[in-house]
Design a protein around this ligand. Structure first.
Ligand SMILES: C[S@@+](CC[C@H](N)C(=O)[O-])C[C@H]1O[C@@H](n2cnc3c(N)ncnc32)[C@H](O)[C@@H]1O
Length: 294
């Protein structure tokens, strides 16, 4: 499945890519944004694409095969941006993009249990080098910790009921698959109490994915490193899909603007147009923030 990149016009506007500039795409995925950047930094600008998921690096290799000598793809975490740039001699860095979260390919085709609509093992790791899986969290975490994860990362109103039911059911039988988890959520939250338009399992699955991959911790660790490798006048553009992610980005940018290190160029977060949300529902919670290094 081809992942439709979000906010493409806005990414190009705020990254403001010029011919021959070097850009880091810290979440290269299927190279949707990277391909657009490669058209802008012609003839000799390069893109360093990083992704934690080895499957996505393969996807990006296929997608960028026409640009081979201008693309470097690395299977690693964007948290390691500084050492990767050092090893690849990728300087100067004129712009950095992060498009957070997971892609449609991971949801539909990776077989890693990201989707509540497919019966797969409860894994949810972007990188198989992680030891923590969704199965470990669901079967081993204490009830209180489970509840907190669902509440905080999933903003799940029924966190308490779902955590309790998980703990009750795992005593009877270990929870291995996505469908087993979905049926436990359905037991915990009867349909008549559920008034949202999204599926009852949506928030639990989101929360588990964020916890398994330490998505908030990674983002917080990435920001100072990104700033340190960016050349003067370099741009950093971040698209987030979760209010906690957006808050981390917003607060960090504000703090560093006060210190005179950067200038925020999006006073308010940039949101997708109504038309984009219609054409690509995944974009509905996207928020883009951007800065220029001073
Ligand atoms: C929304 S997708 C990016 C899609 C991409 N912009 C495109 O147009 O194809 C997010 C990607 O970030 C990757 N990812 C998540 N956490 C990561 C991390 N800490 N380091 C590197 N990549 C990460 C995921 O594997 C996924 O491929």
């Amino acid at each position: 499945m081809i992942h439709k990149p979000v906010l493409t016009k806005e990414v190009l506007e705020y990254l403001d890519v010029k011919p021959d500039e070097n850009i880091v795409d810290g979440t290269v995925g299927q190279a949707g944004h990277t391909l657009l950047i490669l058209e802008k930094n012609k003839p000799s600008g390069r893109v360093l694409g990083i992704d934690k998921d080895a499957g996505q690096i393969e996807n990006a290799q296929k997608a960028t095969s026409d640009y081979k000598n201008r693309v470097v793809l690395i299977n690693d975490s964007y948290v390691n941006i500084a050492s990767i740039i050092e090893e690849e001699h990728f300087r100067p860095v004129n712009g950095i993009l992060l498009d957070l979260g997971y892609s449609s390919w991971q949801l539909e085709e990776s077989g890693k249990g990201f989707s509540f609509a497919k019966n797969e093992a409860l894994d949810m790791r972007y990188s198989l080098q992680n030891t923590l899986t969704a199965e470990v969290i669901v079967n081993e975490y204490p009830e209180e910790k489970l509840k907190n994860i669902l509440e905080e990362y999933g903003e799940e109103k029924f966190a308490k009921q779902i955590a309790r039911k998980i703990v009750e059911q795992r005593k009877i039988k270990k929870i291995h698959s996505t469908f087993e988890l979905v049926s436990i959520i359905e037991m915990a939250v009867p349909a008549k109490f559920y008034h949202e338009r999204i599926h009852r399992a949506t928030r639990t699955f989101q929360a588990l994915r964020i916890a398994v991959n330490d998505e908030l911790g990674n983002l917080a660790a990435f920001l100072p490193k990104a700033l340190s490798v960016l050349a003067p006048k370099g741009r950093l553009v971040i698209i987030s899909f979760h209010s906690l992610e957006d808050r981390i980005v917003k607060n960090y940018f504000k703090e560093k603007e006060k210190e005179g290190i950067l200038h925020i160029i999006t006073k308010k977060p940039i949101l997708p147009s109504g038309q984009e949300v219609l054409e690509n529902p995944r974009s509905r919670s996207a928020k883009l923030r951007a800065i220029v290094k001073t």
